[in-house]
Structure formats: structure tokens, C-alpha cells
Design a binder for this molecule. Structure first.
Ligand code: NAP
Ligand code: SF4
Length: 676
């Protein structure tokens, strides 16, 4: 086992002593839009400080109202706003932590009509066209960054992070693509970097020497018209000379057409770009993006590519990441699987972030984890995400739990997901569940189907106090003639049992699972495990010789002819996750996967799939038809118990199958466990 000697080495930056090299990266959570926002933020950050994270970076605060992420977004520009901040900093400091305020001016990404930018060029991800700042206004903005920094120091923060990456205002100044100015803040490279350098200097001048000034640089823009690697290195040197104490690294812009942090991105994928910054400067450099385990983090620091690692989503997933690392309990870390389902996808659709694997994230005040005064004996039936999450959370509170699983392994639908390219991280989720079930001494019976009669008898005999049914779902069989034809398979056969699939395939149903099956069948290499392949396919020049680090993408053809169908007359994949659906769709487009909406299915026979679109009958000659037509709740056991007068708690897909997802299943299970 690694001792994580690099990760656990203390570091002094400006006047601040960090006990380790693990940093919670800034994340916009939108917690401020919920009830009791301050209480929530305090509980959220304090839990991470108690978990021994070396440093916390807040979500971004705008230095001016027009720089907010969206209407009602966070601003720190007046002394009257300091009380709430003082509550946060004293809670974090009281819990033994250190917290830095991130200053983020959203520029042309601000979802407000008053948004501003270096030039009036609309971002493709915003409906608003920005107004170009006048030269005098740029100077005022520089001063406003300094003002916010001074306020942050008064509020008790250990420093500020100036957000200069991800395509926000400062990054818009540094890239030729978005900066068409011809004044002292735009034109050539020197003038484009003038704005951030003036900000760093102004901030440094307004705060004490012991107050940490961090600059987040865009280490690879992944946009045509971004910086070259040489320019990034020169800019980093100038940021250091301007007075920054540390550099954090950002990857790509929010509108880049290369995935930068979703699960298909290999772990530590961006290390070459980060190393380029590290080589250029003498101050500490922080690595970021797709770093989700202590082993990956340790390796990055040991390799000399960076001095610290910034992890945002992994700290949503497990507030105790750092403590478990120090205590040699890395196998008990609830690992972020980079799904984005409950964090970024929610933020991008104006909802509040939480975490698929940890529903308590951002909802700390809603969960009372205290030990129960009256331990009970629970029978849990079903070893999928809902059953396992309930078992772990109930056992953590002191209940005794017995878990019955009919199959020969735990995991349920997770065992399908982990077969899909780009979903390799689901293995970590299963590892966490298995380790914790063992650690908490949950009695697990595999290959043990449970029938209502015998379970009812055991409850009546006093063996169990309460029953939790998490028996999951069964695939829906659509009403199509010929479903008993040998060429028809269900997604369970394909993903679960590895059934052979022909060269010409029809997929019926285009929900999350239909897309997963298509991705699986396209036969692309597992790019998330092959960094160079990932870079080639997505067109990334890791040496960053080109502006923005882009090159022509390599072709990625399919090993099969695949045709996806749905009945609804709308584009396929419309409801996939905002931050990941486009990646799946781009992959399938490259592989020439055909997609048909508005289909009516008639029959499957030797000729293939008979269907019609707009009343026109067609036949698709295929070797295999795969049913991905959604799910039905598996409630037989729950109904059988009810008939016998035994009450049971029904959770997960067994409760509601429609749009079943792991976020809802785990949240429901966890809430039930803390309520009993
Ligand atoms: P789903 O998202 O509900 O999709 C079911 C599909 O089957 C739809 O395309 C639906 O389209 C079709 N369908 C429904 N009833 C039908 C019928 N009677 N005959 C023929 N077609 C029918 O379910 P899923 O794909 O099984 O996924 C389950 C859940 O897992 C998802 O909701 C998602 O949350 C989660 N998941 C997500 C992802 C992801 O986002 N990448 C991946 C895997 C799973 P029409 O009704 O238009 O035909
Ligand atoms: Fe990570 Fe998914 Fe949780 Fe987001 S929702 S923090 S990506 S596990």
C-alpha cells in the first residue's frame, strides 16, 4: 500500500501552512438558491475541513454584479456582505481547515443581459451577447478584483484564487479568439495578458504578504485561437513575477468540443499541459481535472508535474477523502465516478448540485447521521445501489443489517453500466460498496432469492424488525410480434451476459441504456484507459504547439452497422445528461450510427425489423434486435409481503421504475436509513 508520502507532505504558501497537498477545488453549487443557504454552506465546508482537506477553495464570487454566473449569483463587492463570509471562515477555521475565496468574473458566460467581455462576441453556450468593456471600465474591473480581495481578507479567508481559466472573462482577454481589441488590453500577446497581470499586481498590493494569491491559469484552452504552450509558459512566468503565490491549472473552456472532466476522459489526462506550467515557474503549481483517487494524486506529485492536486467533485463524493488517505483507508473512499449526473448536470440546468454517490453533499443539514438509540435488525432484499446504500447507512448508525441478493454478485444495474466504454469508474463505486459492507459487518447472502412466504415467516418469528425491498427493475417487453425470434436480445443479455451480437444491429429504445448499448457495440477502444488514443480521437495536441492545443481528430469508425430507434418524434438523446450526452452523441455520430425517431414497430422475423415511419412501412435487415425499452418495477416480493400483512419499505427501481436513475435510488435509500 502506498504511504502517500508526497501527498501528505506539508507546504507553506505565503503565510499559510497547509498540512497536505490535497485541495478542494472551487465548485459552483448553487446552494445559495436553497433555503437556509448560509447554514448549508457552513455545514458543507466545515464537513470538508473536518475531513482534513489541506485547503478549500470556495465557489466563485463575482467582483461586480455583471460578472455573476446567473441571475442572483454570488457577488462580494461590499463590506455589508461580510457577516456571512465571517461565519463560513470561522466555521472552517474552527474545524481545523483553511479556506480561500475564488473571485470569478463570468464575462460572456454570465447568464445575464448585462454581461460584458473584451469584445462583443457571443458564446455559443449563452443566449446573451456581451457588451465590450471600454478601456476605462477594464481598469475599473481590475480595481474591483482588488476590492474583493481586500474584503476577502477582512472576512478571514486565507487567500483568494483569481479565476483565469475555463473561458470566463480573464480567459476571454488572454485568447485572440475572443479578444479583438486594439487598445492596451488587446492586440498582441503582451496586450492580451495585460488585464490578468494588472489584476494580480493590484490584488497583491491590496492584501497582506501572508494572504495567499492564487491564479488559475488556462493551461490548455482547447479552443482554436487559444494560447500555444509556449505562450502559456511565458504567461505563467509573468503571473509569478506579478506577485502570485501559487498557480492552479484549468483545462479547456466550457464551450470546448473536447471533454475535459467527464468519465470518458482518462484519469490525470491533462498532465502534460500542467507540467508545462510547472516547468515555467518557481512557485507551487496545482494540478486539476480527473484526479479522483489518492494513488493518482500521489503519482502526479511524485512525478514532479505539480506540487498539489485540486479535486472538486471527489470532495463532493467524500468529505473525508484526505483523512482516509492519511489513515491508510483509501479503499474506504467513496470515489467520484465522474458521471456529472448530480453535480454539473444539475448546475447547468439551473438546479442545485449534490452527488450521485453521496446524496448528503450540499444537503448536510438534512441528514442526521447520529447513532441510533434503538438498534433494529433489518432484512434488505436486493444488492443493487439502493439496497447497498441503505445497508451501509443503516449499519453506520448502529443497526444490524442482513442483505439478500438473488444473483451471484452485488451491484444490480451497476454491473451493466461498468461494461460500457467510458463508464469504467463504476468499478470504484462497487469497490466502495463492497469494502463498506464488509467493514460495517453487514451480513451478505449472495445467490439467495427470497420469497414472500419465508421472509414473512422470519419476520413473524422475530428474526427481523423491518424489511427493505430493493428488488430493482425488469426490462420492459414492448408489444412487437416475433420477440421470441433468436435474433432478439434484451440489453441484459448484451451488457449483463455478453451475448454474441451480429454485425447489423437494431436498438429499440433510445434512453440512457439504448445509448449505452450503442456505445458498447460500436466497439471503440476504451479510450478512458488509453490516454493517447483519447487525445488522438478528440484532436488534442498535448504538446500545445498549435493555438489552443487542437489538432485534426483521428477517425473512429464503428465495428458494426447500428441503427437506433425511438417512438417519440424528437431528436434521440434529448434527455441525456447536459454535460455528457453530447460526448455520447459525438461518438455515435463518428461511428455513423443511424438514428430514427417517430418509429412504430411491427415485427421481428428472418427478414429483420419491420417498422414504419410517418405511415411508410420499412424493413431493416439486421442480425440482432436489442430491446432497450425501459423498465418495470420488480414488486412481486413487496406485493407478496403486503398480502401477508408484513409492511416493507420499498426503494429504488422497485419503488419507481420510470426514469430510474442511481441518483434517486441512492438518495432515497440514504434518507430512509437516517429516518429509521
Ligand atoms: P428510459 O430512459 O426510460 O428509456 C426507455 C426507452 O424506451 C425510450 O427511448 C422510450 O422511447 C422507449 N420505450 C418506452 N416504452 C416503450 C415501449 N413500450 N415500446 C418500445 N419502446 C419503448 O430507460 P432506460 O434507457 O432503460 O434507462 C433507465 C434510466 O437509467 C434512465 O432514465 C437514466 O436515468 C439511467 N441511465 C442513464 C444513462 C445516461 O444518461 N448515460 C445511461 C444509462 C442509464 P419511446 O417511448 O419514444 O419509444
Ligand atoms: Fe462525482 Fe458523479 Fe458525484 Fe458529480 S455526481 S461528484 S461526478 S460521483
Amino acid at each position: 500500500m502506498s504511504t502517500y508520502s508526497n501527498l501528505l507532505r506539508p507546504l507553506r504558501i505565503a503565510g499559510v501552512d497547509l498540512p497536505n497537498r490535497m485541495v478542494m477545488g472551487a465548485m459552483h453549487t448553487r446552494l445559495e438558491t436553497m433555503d437556509r443557504p448560509l447554514e448549508r454552506l457552513v455545514a458543507f465546508y466545515a464537513a470538508r475541513a473536518k475531513g482534513e482537506i489541506g485547503l478549500i477553495l470556495t465557489g466563485g464570487y463575482a467582483p461586480v454584479p455583471e460578472g455573476v454566473m446567473d441571475e442572483g449569483g454570488l457577488v462580494l463587492d461590499k463590506p455589508e456582505q461580510l457577516d456571512g463570509h465571517r461565519t463560513i471562515t470561522s466555521a472552517v477555521n474552527g474545524a481545523g481547515g483553511r479556506i480561500v475565496l475564488q473571485i470569478l468574473h463570468a464575462g460572456r458566460y454570465a447568464k445575464v443581459a448585462t454581461c460584458v467581455a473584451p469584445s462583443a462576441i457571443k458564446a455559443r453556450i449563452n443566449v446573451h451577447t456581451p457588451r465590450a468593456l471600454a478601456t476605462a471600465e477594464v481598469w475599473t474591473t481590475v480595481e474591483r478584483f482588488a476590492n474583493t480581495s481586500a474584503l476577502a481578507e477582512q472576512a478571514g479567508y486565507a487567500g483568494v484564487e483569481i479565476m483565469g481559466s475555463e473561458g470566463y472573462l480573464i480567459n476571454e482577454f488572454t485568447a485572440a479568439l475572443t479578444n479583438l481589441r486594439d487598445d492596451e488590453f488587446g492586440g498582441d500577446f503582451e496586450r492580451r495578458i495585460h488585464f490578468p497581470l494588472e489584476i494580480v499586481k493590484a490584488v497583491r498590493a491590496r492584501v497582506s504578504p501572508g494572504f495567499m494569491v492564487i491564479y488559475r491559469i488556462s493551461s490548455i484552452d482547447l479552443m482554436e485561437g487559444g494560447m500555444t504552450g509556449e505562450e502559456v509558459a511565458e504567461f505563467a512566468r509573468r503571473v509569478e513575477a506579478a506577485g502570485a503565490d501559487m498557480i492552479n491549472t484549468g483545462i479547456g473552456w466550457h464551450e470546448s468540443s473536447v471533454p475535459t472532466m467527464a468519465a470518458p476522459v482518462p484519469r490525470a489526462a491533462w498532465i502534460a499541459a500542467i507540467r508545462n506550467v510547472k516547468r515555467a515557474v518557481g512557485i507551487p503549481v496545482m494540478a486539476s481535472n480527473r484526479i479522483n483517487t489518492p494513488d493518482v494524486a500521489e503519482e502526479i506529485i511524485a512525478s514532479g508535474a505539480a506540487d498539489l492536486v485540486s479535486m472538486a467533485r471527489p470532495l463532493l463524493a467524500d468529505p473525508e477523502f484526505a483523512r482516509k488517505t492519511r489513515e491508510g483507508r483509501a479503499d474506504q473512499i467513496n470515489t467520484c465516478i465522474a458521471c456529472n449526473q448530480a453535480c454539473l448536470d444539475r448546475i447547468f440546468t439551473d438546479r442545485v448540485a449534490t452527488c450521485l454517490v453521496n446524496p448528503k453533499a450540499g444537503r448536510e443539514i438534512e441528514f442526521d447521521d447520529s447513532q441510533t438509540a434503538a438498534p433494529k435488525r433489518f432484512a434488505v432484499v436486493g444488492g443493487g445501489p439502493a439496497g447497498m446504500a441503505f445497508a451501509i447507512n443503516a449499519a453506520q448508525r448502529g443497526h444490524r443489517v442482513t442483505l439478500f441478493e438473488a444473483g451471484d454478485e452485488l451491484g444490480g444495474q451497476l454491473n451493466m453500466a461498468r461494461q460500457v466504454p467510458g463508464k469504467n469508474e463504476f468499478h470504484e463505486m462497487l469497490r466502495y460498496f463492497r469494502v463498506m459492507l464488509g467493514q460495517l459487518e453487514v451480513t451478505v447472502h449472495l445467490q439467495t432469492p427470497v420469497d414472500a412466504e419465508s421472509l414473512a415467516a422470519r419476520v413473524r418469528a422475530g428474526e427481523f424488525d423491518e424489511v427493505v425491498i430493493a428488488t430493482g427493475v425488469t426490462p420492459r417487453e414492448p408489444d412487437i410480434r416475433g420477440l421470441n425470434h433468436p435474433k432478439v436480445l434484451s440489453y441484459l443479455d448484451v451488457l449483463g451476459k455478453g451475448a454474441p451480437v451480429g454485425q447489423r444491429v437494431a436498438i429499440i429504445g433510445a434512453g440512457g441504456i439504448g445509448f449505452d448499448v450503442a456505445e458498447y457495440l460500436v466497439g471503440h477502444a476504451e479510450e478512458s484507459l488509453q490516454p493517447q488514443r483519447f487525445m488522438d480521437v478528440w484532436g488534442v495536441d498535448t504538446a500545445i504547439h498549435s493555438a489552443g492545443g487542437l489538432k485534426a481528430p483521428a477517425p473512429n469508425v464503428a465495428g458494426r452497422a447500428i441503427h437506433m430507434f425511438q417512438r417519440k418524434n424528437e431528436s434521440l438523446g434529448k434527455n441525456l445528461g447536459k454535460s455528457t450526452g453530447w460526448i455520447l452523441k459525438a461518438n455515435l455520430r463518428k461511428a455513423d450510427v443511424a438514428m430514427t425517431a417517430g418509429a412504430s414497430y411491427h415485427a421481428v422475423d428472418d427478414q429483420g425489423l419491420h417498422y414504419s415511419v410517418n405511415g411508410e412501412a420499412r424493413v431493416l435487415d439486421v442480425d440482432t434486435v436489442i430491446l432497450c425499452a425501459g423498465q418495470l418495477s420488480n414488486r412481486a416480493l413487496a406485493d407478496g409481503l403486503a398480502e401477508r400483512g408484513i409492511p416493507a419499505h420499498v426503494i429504488g427501481g422497485a419503488d419507481v421504475a420510470a426514469e430510474l436513475d442511481a441518483v434517486r435510488a441512492i438518495d432515497q435509500a440514504t434518507r430512509l436509513a437516517v429516518s429509521l
